[in-house]
Design a protein. Sequence first.
Length: 373
Amino acid sequence: MRCNLGHQSLSTKIIPTLLLQKYGQFSGPLSLLLGSYITVVSFLRNQNIMNKINHFVGVDISKDKFDVWDSKAGHRSFANQPKGFREFTKQLSSNSFCVMEATGSYYQQLAMYLYGHKISLAVVNPISIKRFIQMKLEQNKTDKSDARMIALYGQEQPGLSPWIPAPEYITQCKQLQRVIVIYLKQNTSLKNHIQSLESRGVKSGILMRSLKRQLKQVRQEIALLEAEMQSLIQQYDAELFVNLSSIPGIGKKTAAFLIVLTNGFRDFDNYRQVSSFCGLSPTEHSSGSSVKGRSRISKRGNPYIRNQLFMCSFTASQCNPQCQLLYQRLVNKGKSKKLALIAVCNKLIKQSFAVAQSGIPYDPAYRSRMVCQ
């Protein structure tokens, strides 16, 4: 059973996607049928896997080592390198299921090694683990205790899905994206420094020339990396890239970043999950008559894509028919323009998800069959 986990997961996701791309003209009933197929097969497959697993291994990963804990062998520690991976794998059985946190880039090598050796694993959001530990009133905070609590989390969460690595080009694009964000911060810092000097009357000199030369170099690097990222996306996900770019308000940069961050929207079941992932989902903090917090967006997730979508909302509120109606309706109700623009951001996410799922470009006249009925 363990040897087929990865291939089954890929087949339930990739095969329907290829069929949808090939027969895109029947996007209505076919996309509905394929969506139901993916949901049912994934549910049955995960239930079958979890019913046969009785050995959960918690893995707490740091830069140089990773600590593991399970009910049979207790606590052990291994080096976070290939030698440690081999030693750890030898101690796993056919019904072992490893659970680990998505701790930056530290978990990726071990996760890829386990996946390559057909070992079942799940990569969990660290916030979920943190809240679980708080719920259990755990007082200690050590690598050993964290590994034990992660294993306990795996035992008590029956809905954990086996981890599937993103395609290689998505991984490459994410690396490019991280460097682009670093350069964008440098670009802003250099511009602010130049403006600060100009406000003091400094118009020339070696300092000003150095800053402007550095600013020009940073912008060239940004353009180079963005072109490389778009080239990779057009090579592997050209149709989705074109379809997303057809949405009024979504430019090529935003379309590329959405594809990279969401793995082509293949990691999400609905647009609300994408909105929450981007930190644009509304949250409320109130209780009784004393606690009356204002509703606001969560601001979790990648701040750059959130900023990109917010900038896109200005154009979409003018050029995108559905977004324009939404914006005007909220403003006419007395809502603030910023709130209306955030609602437009969520509308753009909804449209992007629909375009990705249907496999067809944006159609301003399209109406859902459910709405028509």
